[in-house]
Design a protein. Structure first.
Length: 204
């Protein structure tokens, strides 16, 4: 998993509350367990019309927001089903951070397991950030170590985050990576168990 430390990037404002995971990545794109390529389905029904043509008024289709790595969204982002494809699609599209007033619990947890930083800020802070994001081509800074978001105008917003989750993101550790930090202890335990209980070993 790619570590998250500091991000300087363009921010796209999506001022819509209750964006659910089916809107983030519709069900027809859930036939794969491959994380690559899911970006094409991100916000599919919002980005494209019935003929598959881009809707020019959708924020991520506007030239000013091409290459955005930060999404500023409305309240209760990621509600709905628990599909892990949602953070996968956001990441594959190039987004590394979502800033919103609140997140659905399961989506919030899935973000940390996949290297996507969810930042919860008060509604007034979200409005201020969205106002600055309008027009695009403005660089925002998100610093996980300092737990700050800095707007293009220099306004600073502090956010809170669980210390354990922060450490995992800084080191780029998912659940498997976290376990592998103890690989030496696991090997030692297995060696001792094999010596003490050799009959437990599977036989071909």
């Amino acid at each position: 998993m790619t570590p998250f430390t500091h991000l300087d990037g363009r921010a796209a404002p999506l001022a819509v509350a209750n964006i659910d995971t089916d809107q983030i990545i519709p069900k027809q794109f859930l036939k794969t367990v491959d994380r690559e390529g899911l970006g094409k389905g991100l916000f599919y029904d919002l980005r494209f019309d019935g003929d598959g043509h881009e809707k020019p008024d959708f924020v991520l289709n506007r030239p000013a927001y091409q290459g955005a790595s930060i999404l500023i969204a409305g309240d209760n982002f990621g509600c709905g089903s628990s599909r892990e494809h949602a953070p996968w699609a956001l990441l594959d599209f190039g987004l590394r951070c979502v800033i919103a007033p609140s997140f659905a619990d399961i989506f919030y947890n899935n973000c940390f397991e996949n290297g996507l930083l969810p930042v919860a800020l008060p509604a007034e802070a979200i409005k201020a950030l969205m106002d600055e994001a309008k027009g695009g081509n403005h660089i925002f800074s998100v610093d996980l170590e300092a737990q700050t978001v800095i707007s293009p105008a220099g306004k600073r917003f502090d956010f809170t985050i669980d210390a354990g989750r922060k450490e995992k993101l800084l080191k780029g550790l998912d659940a498997v990576g976290e376990t592998l930090q103890h690989a030496g202890d696991i090997d030692t335990f297995e060696d001792r168990r094999r010596m003490a209980e050799p009959w437990m070993e599977a036989r071909a």
